[in-house]
Design a protein around this ligand. Structure first.
Ligand SMILES: Nc1ncnc2c1ncn2[C@@H]1O[C@H](COP(=O)(O)OP(=O)(O)OP(=O)(O)O)[C@@H](O)[C@H]1O
Length: 273
């Protein structure tokens, strides 16, 4: 698919799930002292229950795209249709790289926060939170405060909270980016398992090609700024997925071809092209 192609994650008319999000002709120009053309004519469809990973060079508008889909930012042109049952994605269904937890809440209250905002009764939200605390391996730390935990444990709080909101979709912006390599690997595996059990619609921005290939059903490669959709690649590996797939020749081959596509864009974004 060429760079100029406005590629789409299309669904076949009969047997595919409906789209949770439809992005049409989306552009974003930040105006201010200097004008920044961040996104240009982006078209994407995201099927319900699919896991999409977005890769692209630094500054190509990945976070901006995610923020517009999550209604944290407005588009300059184009639109995003949200076809989720709840229509609105709760703030707590976002997972960011850092600063996602409240230092003044303990683990239990951090994880229960989304449902607290939705006025779910305390007993019920704590029960839900406890389930997700167990799922992410934080049981025993319910009463601990974030400063008493490691970076990986804090990120697990954010992920547990996002799942505990009950939102049918999760938007994740480099959720594992700040972690050390070993913790990140473990967390990738944990995330893939949680998602395979829940099948929420997930859009995850990452810089790590392997992470996108381990987690995603499809990978969107974006061009250098202004960000456009350069390629959409289905990820062919069967689920459930384990980290061991990274050792296969097919994985190495796909990783290489993604890198070749990305390299041009990274060079352009760094002014080397
Ligand atoms: N609020 C803002 N005001 C002005 N410019 C902005 C704003 N937010 C983002 N930008 C600019 O828009 C462009 C895209 O930013 P964005 O954060 O979406 O990129 P990104 O692909 O997520 O980058 P990275 O991978 O480095 O996190 C950048 O040039 C950035 O400086």
């Amino acid at each position: 698919m060429s760079e100029s192609t406005n590629a789409r994650l299309t669904t076949s008319a009969h047997d595919s799930p409906p789209n949770a999000f439809v992005v049409r002709n989306l552009s974003k120009v930040f105006t201010g002292k200097t004008q920044v053309h961040a996104l240009d004519d982006v078209n994407l469809d995201f099927q319900e229950g699919s896991f999409t990973c977005i890769l692209g060079p630094s500054g190509c508008g990945k976070s901006t795209l995610l923020r517009i889909i999550g209604e944290l930012e407005t588009a300059t042109a184009g639109e995003v249709e949200i076809n989720l049952a709840a229509k609105k994605i709760p703030r707590s269904a976002f997972v960011f790289q850092e600063h996602g937890v409240f230092p003044w809440f303990n683990v239990l209250d951090n994880v229960a926060f989304g449902e607290q905002m939705a006025d779910v009764p305390r007993k019920q939200r704590h029960e839900h939170a406890q389930r997700w605390i167990n799922e992410v391996g934080l049981s025993g730390f319910e009463n601990a405060y974030p400063h008493q935990l490691s970076g990986g444990m804090r990120q697990r709080i954010s992920i547990a909270r996002a799942f505990a909101t009950g939102s049918p979709s999760l938007l994740m912006d480099e959720p594992l980016g700040a972690l050390d390599a070993q913790t990140r690997t473990l967390m990738q595996e944990q995330l893939v398992q949680l998602w395979e059990a829940e099948r929420k619609t997930v859009i995850l921005v990452t810089h790590a090609i392997e992470e996108a290939m381990l987690l995603g059903d499809q990978i969107v490669i974006m061009s250098a700024r202004p960000g456009r959709v350069k390629e959409i690649l289905p990820v062919p590996f069967a689920r459930p997925r384990k980290i061991e797939i990274e050792a296969s020749p097919e994985f190495a081959q796909m990783k290489q071809s993604i890198w070749e596509s990305l390299r041009d864009e990274v060079q352009t974004s760094l002014g080397f092209a």
